[in-house]
Design a protein around this ligand. Structure first.
Ligand SMILES: Cc1cc2nc3c(=O)[nH]c(=O)nc-3n(C[C@H](O)[C@H](O)[C@H](O)COP(=O)(O)OP(=O)(O)OC[C@H]3O[C@@H](n4cnc5c(N)ncnc54)[C@H](O)[C@@H]3O)c2cc1C
Ligand code: FES
Length: 264
């Protein structure tokens, strides 16, 4: 018998929906019960009305959740039809979503220092993890990568969350290291004693992080992105090949032990 999904239907009202980088928006919604339930690494599955041909909800991680104000902040990149329609939402717009989906990060109980690595729009799930690490008194460093400085998100938020170091890389050299953010790992791993590494971003980036973590013998988790049709374990569109067989990202993930992932 599979574990029942933790996801439930929630109504929401848009508080704000603003562009924060080129092609990236911050959506703040009011959904009080959801805001008190979400754990870093979990996701929501949002209904985006307006196209009768597009029936599937859009799975999105969250950047922050505030149980006191009852709000949840989501950062999304406009990449296609659904996210284009989301970008037109204005304050007061109402909708519904399914959440929280899946399970989040499993920070080891005795963790003293962690490293989080976010690439592109993979930053939100590691940003909310960084905030939680700080709240738990666990020191952490962050690595942020992006194609260019104008698409980069999360650097100031990581600084405000108390990251020891925020190392930055861009593919075009417009901010920080000119190259991949994974180029920065060797130095950080040599200078610090990490107990845990968490990563989210393009598959090829996460594989490099996982390989560096394995070489340094540090427990590493990765949040994987897959197409998702249902978001609660009914359709198998989100399968991830692991050493233990196929696992649905929406129920067994999206966060996986990086050592177990076969196909990124
Ligand atoms: C657990 C999870 C968390 C996510 N969190 C975020 C987030 O925080 N912010 C964010 O911007 N995006 C996130 N995504 C990706 C987001 O769901 C897709 O970008 C979105 O569904 C695209 O919808 P669309 O209708 O605009 O594009 P479409 O028109 O459906 O597709 C545009 C392009 O994106 C590809 N695509 C669509 N959905 C996915 C998917 N799930 N995985 C890989 N490629 C896809 C399509 O193949 C196509 O090439 C997440 C995905 C998952 C599974
Ligand atoms: S999205 Fe349907 S089983 Fe995961």
């Amino acid at each position: 018998m599979p574990t029942p999904s933790p996801a439930r239907m929630h109504d929401f009202t848009v508080v704000s929906n603003e562009q924060i980088a080129r092609g990236v928006y911050s959506l703040v919604i009011e959904a009080p019960k959801l805001a008190s339930m979400l754990k870093p690494g979990q996701f929501v599955n949002i209904r985006v009305p307006g196209n009768a041909m597009s029936l599937l909800r859009i799975p999105l991680s969250y950047a922050s959740a505030n149980p006191e104000t009852g709000t949840v902040e989501i950062w999304y990149a406009v990449v296609g039809d659904g996210t284009e329609r989301m970008a037109a939402w204005t304050p007061g717009f109402t909708g519904d979503l399914l959440g929280p989906g899946g399970h989040g990060w499993s920070v080891p109980k005795d963790c003293r220092r962690a490293l989080v690595v976010g690439g592109g729009i993979g930053v939100p799930p590691v940003l909310c993890l960084g905030r939680e690490l700080s709240a738990r008194g666990i020191a952490f460093d962050a690595v942020v990568g992006a194609a260019s400085s104008d698409t980069m998100v999360g650097v100031h938020e990581f600084e405000r969350a108390g990251a020891g170091t925020v190392a930055v890389a861009t593919d075009d050299g417009s901010a920080g290291h000119h190259g991949f953010c994974t180029d920065l790992l060797a130095d950080l791993l040599a200078r610090n004693d990490y107990d845990y590494i968490a990563t989210c971003g393009p598959g090829v980036m996460m594989k490099k992080v996982a390989d560096a973590a394995a070489a340094a013998d540090v427990f590493c988790e990765a949040s994987l992105e897959r197409m998702m049709s249902c978001g609660f374990g009914a359709c198998s569109t989100c399968n991830v090949e692991t050493v233990d067989g196929m696992k649905g990202a929406c129920m067994c993930g999206p966060v996986f032990d990086a050592k177990k992932v076969v196909v990124w």
